[in-house]
Design a protein. Structure first.
Ligand code: 0O2
Length: 215
């Protein structure tokens, strides 16, 4: 089924919501250009969920399989992904987005603090548009580091494979990689902090990143 067939007369307003989210992300990128050594946002992508993917999710969640249910039940029907350099940037973008007047944040799923069993780590903001032609539409903003984005792109391929040889081994390896990436993300953040903010060697506040200094 094509996007036009499934979303029909709602499609232009959905595209306008997608464009609005991208514009908002651009505003953050511009606002964050304050002479920082490394830009907090590396890139942003957006998409409208494919009809097949929307129907599969509706079925998985036990909802009716039609456009109306897709628009009222699924937040990730319109998606914006913001890919950042460091973990701290992820939370800073999120705090900035939470204060935006253009949408209401209904729910936040923090898969960084609470990773999925497969190792997926990302921050999901489920929002409802407040203004303009797409007022009332739902969308999901995903914010993650470039390292986990690389992982998620490969892991996502598993979803579209019917039969996977050595599936157990592949999933185990992906989980191991996700854990290593989380550890590298934390070390990169610490190194960035050391370079940019300096470090007092007599600090005794039990910072969990202290272990890095002892390596
Ligand atoms: P498509 O259409 O192929 O782009 P949520 O309530 O959405 O925060 P939920 O319901 O567990 O969390 O998420 P769901 O429906 O599994 O996934 C929503 C989207 O989040 C996915 O889109 C992915 O973009 C991303 N995502 C969530 N979990 C994972 C994961 O384990 N691995 C990867 N690689 N991505 C994930 P779709 O459905 O793939 O959509």
């Amino acid at each position: 089924m094509t996007f036009e067939e499934f979303y029909a007369e709602q499609l232009p307003a959905m595209k306008s919501a997608e464009e609005m989210l991208l514009r908002i992300a651009d505003q953050y990128v511009l606002a964050a250009e304050d002479g920082r050594m490394i830009q907090p946002v590396i890139y942003c992508t957006s998409r409208i969920k494919s009809p097949d993917s929307a129907l599969q999710k509706l079925e998985r969640c036990g909802w009716e399989k039609n456009r109306s249910a897709a628009l009222t039940e699924l937040y990730d029907i319109i998606g914006l992904r913001i890919v950042c350099s460091f973990i701290d940037d992820v939370y800073q973008v999120s705090d900035w987005l939470k204060a935006r007047p253009e949408f209401e944040v209904d729910e936040i799923k923090d898969y960084i603090a609470f990773p999925k069993p497969n190792g997926y780590r990302s921050l999901h903001l489920k929002v409802r548009i407040r203004e303009g032609p797409s007022s009332g539409f739902r969308a999901e903003i995903q914010i993650r580091t470039i390292a986990i984005d690389f992982w998620a792109t490969l892991e996502h391929q598993l979803k579209y494979k019917q039969e996977i040889e050595h599936e157990t081994l592949i999933r185990k390896e992906l989980k191991r990689c996700a854990d290593e990436i989380a550890s590298v993300d934390l070390s990169m953040q610490t190194i960035r902090d050391l370079i940019c903010d300096g470090w007092s060697m007599d600090r005794k506040d039990g910072n969990p990143r202290d272990s890095l200094l002892r390596v």
